[in-house]
Design a binder for this molecule. Sequence first.
Ligand SMILES: [Fe+2]
Length: 389
Amino acid sequence: MSTLLEKKQNWRWWFLLPLYPYERRRTLVRELIPNQVWSFEQLQGLLYVAVPIRMTVIRLSKGLMLYCPITPTIEVVEGLAILEKQYGPVITLVLPTASGLEHKVSLPALSRAFPNAQIWVCPGQWSFPLQLPLRWVGIASKRTRILMKDNTPHNNEIDWYSLGPLDLGVGRFQEICCFHKASGTLLLTDSLVGISSKPPEIFDLDPTPLLFHGREYGDELLMDSYEVRKKGWARMVLFASYLRPELLEIRSFTQVVLHSLRSGLRHPHIHFGLYPFAWQANWCEIIDTIMADEIPKLQVAPVLERLVFPRARNIFLDWLDQLQKINNLVMLVPAHYHAPIPCCSSDIAELRDQITKRVWATDKESWSFLASLDRTLFKLGALPSYSAE
Ligand SMILES: [Fe+2]
């Protein structure tokens, strides 16, 4: 029998995008800036490679704006109701990405939960394999506006910036970020992330993915300690960033099955003991490139750099140019990984400078799998070439 909390976290439409944690969507609510900015976080992933996905709530003079939808469970709607009582109604919903399916999928349900809110979506929304009108995918067309094309909302309180558009062949990449002037907060979606070696707080609600990946062999039971959580987190970040990082080997089918025969492992909670990964002894040498111990390490999301922008670095640099001119920038809040990330315009300038000086979208080391994917898609004509840089 499920508890009241389980009912509030249940999401019966999980099969529309069957990602971990499936029907049980726990939500962590945090106040990032007192009385101004809040984070609603859930987990999302495949095969226990899970990272936080975040909706950010901004307090405006006339009510609340929700940026980047997440699954609107009862727990989420109740959490927002508490904020509405204090700060006014939800007046604006923003879907800031054209391609991020994990963000798009929650918009129809979220918009039904707030029938009086105006909806703003990134231009170039696309569906695959058929291009369907917005109303066919459950987005109310009468109260929906297109960012940039139909103006932008709350311009006296928020500045808007566009990364892209880029033609991806099957559709468009574009991300609209926004700067909330009162709090000095820049809201982002997928392009920039900040990663710390400390596992995100949301895993305290259920650390299973960390413990699953914190093992060496499939016949080990899940044991909980801070060190195991930290190890599991670092490995999940490497998976999520590079899909198949270097210093990782895949065990033989026979080995995987033999390890799974140990008693106590045949449970769906631990994938019936099936654990095919073998990390080389020196695997942790590569984590310093992607995460820091104290302040989250600010970086371009590797998957975007290698699969979306490999031949379009200048578009990315132009966008950073705009961001580094923002006055009074205090922090970044991306839709994934850690937040908030303390950040001022000189940090953006430094990031931009680093990008101009290093090799962009390299084929080496952990990037090799992403590079092979890019080459395959490019050869198939599924990716545009853009001008050579
Ligand atoms: Fe995303």
